[in-house]
Write a protein that binds this ligand. Structure first.
Ligand SMILES: Nc1ncnc2c1ncn2[C@@H]1O[C@H](COP(=O)(O)OP(=O)(O)O)[C@@H](O)[C@H]1O
Ligand SMILES: O=c1ccn([C@@H]2O[C@H](COP(=O)(O)OP(=O)(O)O)[C@@H](O)[C@H]2O)c(=O)[nH]1
Ligand SMILES: [Mg+2]
Length: 261
């Protein structure tokens, strides 16, 4: 589906290397990792530069109950990204009683992290079977090991990393009122999840901050207030302006181009 092509260009900016270096081709049935094989070409030999851009990937990070899923719904409405919730993909394995279902259930109950290979393979399947060009990957990567596994298997980097920054007290309140019948929405598991978030997810957040890709959102306030902080981040990316699902109520609605494909 995607094919990575490296161009030698003195004008290439370091921070945008992953976007500048990629050429994507729709081609279902191709494995993401395989189709991302790097190929070096020299523009002086007359090879045309890539015409298509890489899929736009956003990682959505934040503690349990920080509002990731809620804000993802708003982003989807306004910018038409495809929402992939890592937690939902794992819960689907439990619901369908797949070979990993029982193992996943036990880990989620304890607030522990599912082995990277399992989660990345589920994400990979979704990426490969979708014809979307822009994805919100919600609740992943949870650990540095997750991040490295994604890079190794998918061979892609996120364009944007959102971090919903929320005080623990507020996250606990929200999770205990979430009312979705989740096995991990109880105070005992929540305490473990918060510890795991601090120990394992913080280093991922720091990693993207150092790479200049992190956008920190103050996740306290109304859903609308918080979305007002998210809006300008996405509206600055040209490739998101061709939006399939324009919400007419969105402040950006009139400036987005509707694309019926
Ligand atoms: N800004 C907000 N203020 C109050 N409650 C919120 C806010 N955003 C989300 N919620 C509620 O908090 C709970 C957790 O939100 P959710 O989006 O599921 O968070 P996450 O995906 O980060 O765990 C849900 O019940 C949701 O309706
Ligand atoms: O990449 C992931 C995402 C989720 N989980 C597990 O699934 C649970 C629920 O994740 P989800 O993102 O749905 O929770 P949220 O943060 O939205 O409350 C986590 O506590 C982990 O046990 C995981 O192991 N790896
Ligand atoms: Mg969630």
């Amino acid at each position: 589906m995607w094919r990575r092509v490296a161009l030698f260009s003195p004008m290439m900016k370091k921070s945008s290397s992953s976007r500048s270096l990629t050429l994507n081709q729709k081609g279902f049935g191709l494995k993401v990792g395989e189709s991302f094989a790097t190929e070096i070409i020299n523009p002086e030999e007359g090879v045309s530069p890539p015409k298509e851009k890489a899929p736009f990937i956003t990682f959505v990070l934040g503690g349990p109950g920080s509002g990731k899923g809620t804000q993802c719904e708003r982003i989807v409405e306004t910018f038409g990204l495809t929402h992939l919730s890592a937690g939902d993909l794992l819960r689907r394995e439990i619901a369908f009683n797949t070979k990993n279902g029982a193992m996943i259930l036990n880990l989620i109950k304890e607030g522990k992290i599912v082995p990277s290979e399992v989660t990345v393979k589920l994400i990979q399947k979704e990426l490969e079977s979708s014809d979307s060009r822009k994805f919100l990957i919600d609740g992943f990567p949870r650990t540095e090991e997750n991040r490295v596994a994604f890079e190794r298997i998918i061979r892609a980097d996120p364009d944007v990393v959102l971090f919903f920054d929320c005080p623990e007290e507020e996250m606990v309140k929200r999770v205990l009122n979430r009312n979705q019948g989740r096995v991990d929405d109880n105070i005992t598991t929540m305490k473990k999840r918060l510890k795991i978030f601090e120990a394992l997810n913080r280093p991922v957040i720091d990693y993207y901050e150092n790479k200049g890709k992190l956008y920190t959102i103050n996740a306290v306030g109304t859903v609308d207030d918080i979305f007002q902080q998210v809006l300008p981040i996405f509206s600055s990316f040209e490739q998101l302006k061709e939006c399939r699902h324009v919400n007419p109520k969105s402040p950006l609605g009139s400036s987005l181009v509707e694309n019926s494909s």
